[in-house]
Design a protein around this ligand. Sequence first.
Ligand SMILES: Cc1cc2nc3c(=O)[nH]c(=O)nc-3n(C[C@H](O)[C@H](O)[C@H](O)COP(=O)(O)OP(=O)(O)OC[C@H]3O[C@@H](n4cnc5c(N)ncnc54)[C@H](O)[C@@H]3O)c2cc1C
Ligand code: FES
Length: 320
Amino acid sequence: MTTVTYQNKQYQCGNGSLLDSLLEQGVSIPFSCKSGLCQACEMKVLEGVVPTKAQVGLPENKIQAKHFLACQCFPEDNLVIASLDGETQNSRATLIDKVRVNRSIVKLILRPEKTFSYLAGQYIRLYQSKNEFRCYSIASNPDSDRDIELHIQVIANGKVSPWLANDVGIGEHIELSEAMGTCIYPDKNTHPTLFIASNSGLAPIYGMLKKALFQGDKQEFRLYHGVTDERDKYLVDELTHLSHQFENLSINWFDYSLVTDNKQQSFIHFALSELTAPQDWKVYFCGSPDMVSYGKKQSFLKGVSMKNLFSDSFIPSKTN
Ligand SMILES: Cc1cc2nc3c(=O)[nH]c(=O)nc-3n(C[C@H](O)[C@H](O)[C@H](O)COP(=O)(O)OP(=O)(O)OC[C@H]3O[C@@H](n4cnc5c(N)ncnc54)[C@H](O)[C@@H]3O)c2cc1C
Ligand code: FES
């Protein structure tokens, strides 16, 4: 049992995460994923040692400033901590276009009010209100696109996705966080690269693929897009056009409805089936958490190096 001091009050922290301990004791801390992804629970240590695991995914300047993620923090020593009130770098963007691209996905185009920096493949938090926000991946190419493109899969009983799809109008402002995430496509890469996406997991993959091709990377690229059924394919014209423009790109679709059982597993086996010399490849997975975790495991077992595996798991919010 450790003691955590926050806003001059002391709290006991047992086996659970620091976030859960504080929430259980009635403290209000922003959070969403409880998985170290959304970074909404970011805090800073004033006294004591931050466990390294609680800083995974944070940029170097925040690590140096002793920031950490409360949901990933299992304190080993007593800590004095503080919130980041007034230090967050949220900004605003204007919704300038909204298009339904298939039966469940809406493409949003946001124009940031000021210069917005991000890397290909990163994501942002979009705010419906102070305490209601969700992560969405950026489908734009930071090297060439001025606006932020997002692909929102509308969840029927969801809070934020139906609001974005149905209620936010063109010309309205939306609050967004800084860009975050380490599933990114770099400025230099010579490895052949496999991109595997399920449904709206295509968003970050599309951003990374555009960056790779337009910066002139010449190695082989393979994209596999798994969709719930044929009607859920989207960006088909854009992707087909890219594959005609760039000979080193091949595109494959996988229709889950044609498989009766183990749909995610079948998709992964299809996508990995032609991967010869796996030790040379980089593999990116984005979308459904089940697909991502199964895909990473199978790729590793097949011989892809851990350092060449990248993923964004679209884990639902735990605030419901
Ligand atoms: C790093 C990251 C990046 C993401 N990027 C994207 C993106 O680019 N595009 C995108 O569409 N989403 C993305 N998501 C998912 C997104 O953040 C939300 O979880 C999603 O939009 C649902 O939010 P909601 O408020 O509409 O539903 P909620 O109110 O959060 O959920 C309502 C109910 O639906 C369930 N639920 C939530 N999602 C699903 C699902 N996919 N299938 C079945 N049931 C579900 C919940 O468990 C809950 O019971 C990302 C998530 C993460 C963590
Ligand atoms: S990173 Fe902690 S709640 Fe999302």
